[in-house]
Design a protein around this ligand. Structure first.
Ligand SMILES: [Zn+2]
Ligand SMILES: [Zn+2]
Length: 374
């Protein structure tokens, strides 16, 4: 059994969470009879609950991949299998949300889902367009009802359901027809171009709909990825931090390594495989090119005390820069960057005594035992 150190929210019914709050979240599911009715193959949980990973893929689903003991906060992964259940079948169940941590995310099933998610990052970015939520089909957030207008802006047919909508730049989108359209002379599965019609409602909230551009099929542009050229060399410094009280000792390599081409290659291939974060994706499409600045930085978790290095990655676009929020690999809470002057004040993750800087100096290549050695 593995101890879960993530924060767990108070239980609420599943349907009271907006779908985008559930996406890529773990939930604790009570072991109720209804679960067994929903999924006959699910093994009985001796501990009473299950841990599942929510993902929104046309139909919101939960992949149950662990048993969970609410009393001891311990979980046990169900090794090579996951059990998929549609959220709609469980919408009245009371669940708690759990922030994803690295160990849970490493489950092979979850890794596969995340790889698939990388391939649909454009669609996921469109899920953040909350202004069109009213026109999403209930229970199927990827399908949006869209208008078809003639030259006089009159609706030529009923709202058309369109799925897999993704941004293609300059306030245009591309989507896929869910059913045949005689008026458009298009078949189910055909691609259509879309523009947006937005306005502010009485409460100044942005609201609107997608409009089908007749005869136009927008294609997403290719995004060019380049390393950001630093004007000055980034210093690379390592710190070995140790605890005289409990024996904790770890070396952290900060800055940028000697082999930047290899580092950039890994970052660029991650961007190709998993895509940018959905909230960055639309900016990348508009820019068409992005420069990436990266360096190893030290981060600290205020929730569980974990200290770790992360590749701080900044997307540098023509007129602005986007940085990513990092999350603790132990508990899933957000991490705070540690400034150089704060390193000597850090507390030991095990016993909370102040750590000592045992050694520091320059480095070239991070040794393999660091695990993340580029
Ligand atoms: Zn210690
Ligand atoms: Zn943490």
């Amino acid at each position: 059994m593995e101890k879960l150190i993530s924060k767990i929210t108070k239980p609420k019914t599943l349907k009271s969470y907006p779908f985008y709050d559930l996406d890529e979240m773990f939930v604790v599911l009570p072991d109720e009879k209804i679960l067994h009715e929903a999924e006959k193959d699910l093994p009985a949980s001796a501990s009473g609950s299950y841990l599942g990973f929510c993902f929104i893929d046309g139909v919101p689903m939960i992949a149950i991949n662990a048993f969970f003991n609410k009393d001891t906060n311990e979980y046990e992964l169900i090794d090579d299998k996951a059990f998929f259940i549609a959220v709609e079948q469980l919408e009245n169940l009371k669940v708690s949300l759990v922030k994803p941590n690295k160990k849970l995310m490493q489950h092979p099933i979850i890794q596969n889902i995340r790889r698939f998610y990388g391939s649909i990052v454009g669609v996921r970015a469109t899920r953040l367009h909350r202004w069109c939520d009213e026109n999403r089909i209930y229970g199927q957030p990827d399908i949006v009802a869209c208008f078809v207008l003639d030259e006089k802006k009159q609706a030529v047919e009923d709202l058309l359901p369109i799925e897999n909508i993704k941004y293609t730049g300059n306030n245009t989108w591309q989507g896929i027809l869910v059913c045949d359209s005689d008026k458009l002379q298009l078949k189910r599965g055909d691609k259509v171009g879309l523009t947006a019609m937005c306005h502010k409602d009485d409460n100044q909230n942005l609201t609107g709909s997608f409009v089908v551009d007749m005869g136009i099929n927008n294609e997403p542009p290719k995004i060019f990825i380049m390393p950001y050229e630093q004007e000055e060399n980034i210093t690379r410094k390592f710190y070995t931090l140790s605890c005289t009280s409990c024996g904790y000792e770890k070396t952290f390599y900060l800055g940028r390594g000697a082999n930047t081409e290899r580092e950039f290659g890994v970052i660029a291939s991650n961007l190709n495989e998993y895509g940018a974060e959905p909230f960055v994706q639309d900016s990348l499409v508009d820019a068409g090119k992005v420069e990436i600045d990266f360096r190893r930085e030290l981060y600290y978790c205020r929730h569980c005390g974990q200290i770790e290095t992360k590749f701080k990655t900044r997307y540098i676009l023509e007129d602005h820069t986007v940085s990513i929020q990092y999350f603790c690999s132990e508990c899933g809470e957000s991490l705070s960057q540690v400034k150089p002057a704060e390193i000597k004040k850090l507390a030991c993750p095990n016993c909370k005594e102040t750590l000592k800087i045992k050694e520091s100096g320059k480095w070239d290549i991070v040794p393999p035992e660091d695990g993340n050695y580029w």
